[in-house]
Design a binder for this molecule. Sequence first.
Ligand code: CO8
Length: 255
Amino acid sequence: MSLVSVERNGAIAVVLLNRPDALNALSDKLMDELVSTLEDLDRDEEVRCIVLGGSERVFAAGADIGELAQTSAIELYYQRRVERWDAIRGLWTPLVAAVSGYCLGGGCELAMACDLIVASESAVFGQPETGLGIIPGAGGTQLLTRAVGKPLAMDVILSGRRLSAREALAAGLVARVVAREAWLEEAKRVAREIAEKGPVATRLAKESVDRAFETTLAAGLEAERRALYLAFASEDAKEGLTAFTEKRKPDFKGR
Ligand code: CO8
């Protein structure tokens, strides 16, 4: 059985983690499948936005604890398991996390590797790793801190405090909170909105926002200006600006 399901729906793709018996624990095999699925979709120009979700009960309950318990530090190091997460953060295509239910440990890190999180009322976020004697090692200490600031990140990571969807929204970890039963539909709706925009502009904008976390303000603003000039040079920009003046919907080609 495949550990990841994929559904194409026009310009959006929906990827769902599919390991219900283990609450979508992110085993090595699941992560392999997930990364190669996402990389395939990323290469497909027709795909303009990807939704990544779990089920209504659980987004993902973290790395596979049984598997980690059997893995030595040197195996972890040589197999470069954690490095694989960089591939997700490096995708070009905008990635929307649809989070319902538990979103813990590596699950929370996976959601944070996406560009934005749409959470259902039932979502529960946490980084319980220190309770297992390890630390959030797939981006959690960095991404959570950037999203919610040091005091709350320290609280969540050191005490194991879980955040409700509303708390996560107030703290800036999630972009939108939606009704429990709408967890996937609303994320798809957001993805369709993103997919309707100019594909070149969307990618350049995503790259520019990400740069805000990597560089100084002056260098980030300079990079943003260059991205703007590049966007301006695209056929999409011509089409988008003309369509507005002609009072019609733009027909973007991603060129
Ligand atoms: N790994 C493996 N199996 C799991 C995991 C997990 N993370 N979480 C749940 N399961 C399994 C349970 O063992 C159980 O299996 P079985 O039915 O065979 O006994 C099944 O899923 C159902 O789980 P529960 O019975 O526990 O369900 P509950 O509803 O009672 O509880 C909880 C749900 C609260 C989510 C609970 O399962 C739980 O606390 N899970 C663990 C959460 C956790 O600690 N996550 C952090 C893991 S460590 C991590 O993510 C490190 C990431 C960074 C390193 C990356 C390196 C590759």
